[in-house]
Design a protein around this ligand. Structure first.
Ligand code: UN1
Length: 509
């Protein structure tokens, strides 16, 4: 990066002008096609990456198979110590890696750094967990017997992640998978290979310094062919996939057909409900972050807003005013709040989406068709639209800063509209009424995996289980007891007596 001083920080992350995109069996080697990583802010190349080929995949998996046993047999707290060191290594690289995420993904710098912070927090969580992977001891109905649960590693866990969280989602999965005793095989998004490589170098450095086999962690940059190889590979008992519902369904079919397990984190179509007793200033700020943060490219982005009719006019006016003050611009400049969309394809899809909205009767209150002028750049104008809640476009996830707004009269009506889409990831209500809160989080409330009160739909903490229902795929990642999915539960009944009493009182003599 000699001639580009603004890119010199990439050298501190171990990146060069051309990079090998496969770390397998402890070695960097790649024989796939050569791709340019583009900066979403300019569509200019940052660096070149040689992707991993299917041969690289096979070689890496063979190495993983031979490393698997020694890692499974390493005591969990010792594995936790390795993850603690990985957390420290991320701490040292917080600024640089956060800057690379901003540069290559296009999110604003504070969000790029926040993403690395999420990985550090996951490491801390996983270190604690490494001493708490405990099973139950259960009373046996038979004399001189005891029953217990033993949690064992699965062996190898496949992780396929998306461009919008090129580092954090790997962290949610890898930190837990590693302390649970699994080797990790990771494929990041094809458009964020530099983040994949830099992240892997941080992890690989810790493995190497501890004299551990590099094959405990594998990274393969590549496209759908590598994803398909992971999904079809019966050496990989669990595949964790983050991406669209459409692709998730294909992955699930491949994994199910070989009786593997899938952890799916798919599309969202998240709503915020603003009741007439809400703190409106809190709600406006929350809707703003939820709808335009990360330029609307989080799976937890708020895409639908339901406002009580008594405050609708006032609230929408406040929101439109707030949109008017948004600074859209270079994600690396500290006054920008909204960066570009991730790629020219993302921008094209967004613009086509706006046209479909207009053709289905949508009325733009701000932004909309033709408001984005600079061709050749991926910036778009955050838009708000009024439309009928059962229009076809409202059922789909348009990945960008687009917010549909609707009025409602009763809480029941708002809940019904919240639950009326195929997806079920995140939701939030703004109210001061405890009656409303408990209805919202109860059996006849929101049908989502994330059900918030007085906070945005996005920005979830790692301590909770993250994921959603219906077309969102049903998976739960990160905190709480998500770790159980990364292990296999053995129910062990032990007879320490000399007789053979059978369960259910069966006499078999
Ligand atoms: C995603 O968009 O895929 O809750 C993940 C949030 C983040 C993670 C989003 N912690 O918005």
């Amino acid at each position: 990066f000699g001639s580009r001083p603004e890119l010199r920080f990439l050298e501190d992350l171990g990146l060069q002008a051309t990079n090998q995109g496969c770390y397998g069996g402890g070695e960097w080697r790649a024989g796939g096609k050569s791709v340019s990583s583009l900066s979403p802010a300019s569509n200019q190349p940052i660096a070149t990456v040689i992707e991993g080929s299917l041969e690289d995949y096979e070689r890496s998996l063979k190495a993983c198979e031979s490393a698997r046993e020694s890692w499974m047999l390493t005591p969990a707290p010792k594995r936790g110590e390795i993850v603690r060191q990985i957390g420290d290594a991320f701490r040292k690289n917080l600024e640089n890696l956060g800057r690379l995420i901003s540069l290559e993904m296009g999110k604003i710098l504070v969000e790029g750094i926040g993403e690395v912070q999420e990985v550090i927090d996951m490491c801390d969580f996983a270190v604690g967990l490494s001493r708490q992977l405990s099973g139950l001891i259960l009373p046996s109905e038979r004399p001189n017997h005891m029953m217990m649960e033993v949690w064992n590693p699965l062996g190898i866990v496949g992780v396929i992640t998306a461009f919008n969280f090129p580092c954090a989602v790997l962290g949610w999965n890898a930190c837990i998978a590693l302390v649970c005793g699994n080797c990790v095989v990771w494929k990041g998004a094809p458009t964020t290979p530099l983040v994949s490589i830099a992240t892997t170098k941080i992890i690989a450095g810790v493995l190497e310094r501890n004299g551990l086999p590099g094959a405990i962690f594998t990274c393969i940059c590549g496209g759908a062919e590598i994803g398909e190889a992971i999904a079809k590979d019966s050496r990989i008992p669990l595949v964790s996939f983050t991406g669209s519902s459409k692709v998730g369904q294909i992955v699930q079919c491949h994994v199910n057909s070989r009786f593997g397990k899938c952890l799916l984190e798919l599309s969202g179509n998240n709503a915020i409900v603003v009741m007439d007793d809400a703190d409106l200033s809190l709600a406006v700020r929350s809707v703003l972050f939820a709808a335009v943060g990360t330029a609307g490219q989080r799976c937890t982005t708020c895409r639908r807003l339901f406002v009580h009719q008594a405050i609708y006019k006032d609230f929408i006016e406040k929101l439109v005013t707030a949109y008017g003050q948004l600074k859209v611009g270079d994600p690396l400049k500290h006054d920008s709040l909204v960066g570009p969309l991730h790629s020219s394809q993302s921008k094209q899809a967004f613009e086509q989406g706006l046209e479909a909205i207009a053709s289905q009767g949508g009325k733009f209150l701000t932004g909309g068709v033709g408001t984005t002028t600079s061709p050749g750049e991926n910036y778009v104008t955050p838009s708000i639209v009024e439309i009928s809640h059962d229009a076809d476009v409202v059922k789909e996830e348009l990945f960008g800063p687009l917010l549909y707004v609707f009025q409602f009269k009763t809480l029941d009506e708002a809940i019904a509209m919240n639950n009326s889409v195929p997806q079920g990831l995140s939701s939030s209500i703004f109210t001061k009424s405890h009656e409303t809160i408990f209805k919202w989080i109860g059996p006849t409330g929101s049908d989502c995996g994330i059900v918030n009160v007085n906070i945005p739909t996005n920005g979830a903490e790692i301590g909770g289980a993250f994921g959603g229902e219906k077309a969102t795929g049903g998976g739960r990642e990160a905190g709480s007891d998500s770790w159980k999915q990364y292990m296999h539960r053995a129910t062990c009944t032990i007879n320490y007596g000399k007789t053979l009493p059978l369960a259910q009182g069966i006499n078999f003599n």
